[in-house]
Design a protein around this ligand. Sequence first.
Ligand SMILES: C[S@@+](CC[C@H](N)C(=O)[O-])C[C@H]1O[C@@H](n2cnc3c(N)ncnc32)[C@H](O)[C@@H]1O
Length: 284
Amino acid sequence: MERNLHQQFIPIIARLFKQRTGQVLNDDRIWRIDRAIETVVRQRGLGHSADLMTLLTEPDAASVEQDLVEALLNNETYFFRDRPALEKIANQFLPQLAQAKSATRQLTIWSAGCSTGQEALSLAILLHEHAAQWHGWTIRIVATDVSQNAIATARRGVYTKFEIQRGLGVGQMLEHFTETPDGWKASDALHRSIRFSVQNLLEGPPAGEKFDLVLCRNLLLYFDDATKRVAFQHLAAGMAPHALLLLGGGETVLDPSLGFASTASDCSLYRLNSGNHWTKSAAA
Ligand SMILES: C[S@@+](CC[C@H](N)C(=O)[O-])C[C@H]1O[C@@H](n2cnc3c(N)ncnc32)[C@H](O)[C@@H]1O
C-alpha cells in the first residue's frame, strides 16, 4: 500500500524538483526520492510516508514541498575541490586580471551553486595567501545557491572536523579557522569578504553585478539541454567581458552558439566570445 502510494507521488515530486531547481531526476537517480521522503518523514516526526503524501495535497503544502526539495538537492562539496584548477586561477588568471584592473583595484567573484560555502572559502583562502598582490584592493565574493539550508550553513561558517579535513591542510585549518564548541569556525577576515545568498541560477545572475571570475561547478550536470542554455545565458549575463568561467571537471560548453570559448582543454575554463549575445542582451 505504502509502496503504491510512493509510486504515485514519485512523478509529482520529480516535477516539483525540476520546477524549483531545474534538476532532472533520471531513472538512475530516482531512488533519491525514496530517500528524501524518508528524510522528511523523520524530520517532521511523521509516522508513515502516507502522512507526508497527505500533507502534499493540502493547500498549504509549501513548507513540506520546500523540505522535499532541500532533501533532494545534492550539496556535496569540500574545500579546494579541484585544487589544480583553483591554483591555476590564482597563479595565472588572477595576476593577469590584477594588471588589467589596476586602475580600479576592484575584484568581484561569483560562486554560483556554492552549497555550504567551501568553494567560496577556498577562494578567499587563496586570495589571502596572495595577500601582498591584493594589498589595497576591494575584493568581493558573492556566493549563491538555491538551497536555503546550504546557505544557512554557509552563513554560519562552522564546519565539523571531517568537513575541515576534506581538502584543507593543517596549516590552513589553524590559520583560518578557530575551534569552537560547535565545530571549526571560519575567521571573520575570510567571512567578511563573502556575501552568501539564496538564489536560483535559473532566475538570473545577482542583480547589478558584472563579475571578473565566475565559478559554476558540479551544478549543471543534472540540467537538461534547454535548462543548461538558460543557465549559460545567466552566467554570461553576470560576466564582465574579460571574465573567466570555471566549470566542474565533467562539465563543458559544447554548443558554440552559447557564446563561450574554451581557454584550456585541461580544466574547464571558458571566456566569453567577443560580442556574446547574452551579455549584450543583459546589458541592453
Ligand atoms: C554538488 S553541489 C556543488 C557545490 C560546489 N560548487 C562544488 O563544486 O563543490 C551543487 C550545488 O548546486 C545547487 N543548485 C542546484 N540547482 C541550482 C539552481 N538552479 N540554482 C542555484 N543552485 C543550484 C545545489 O543546491 C548544490 O548546493
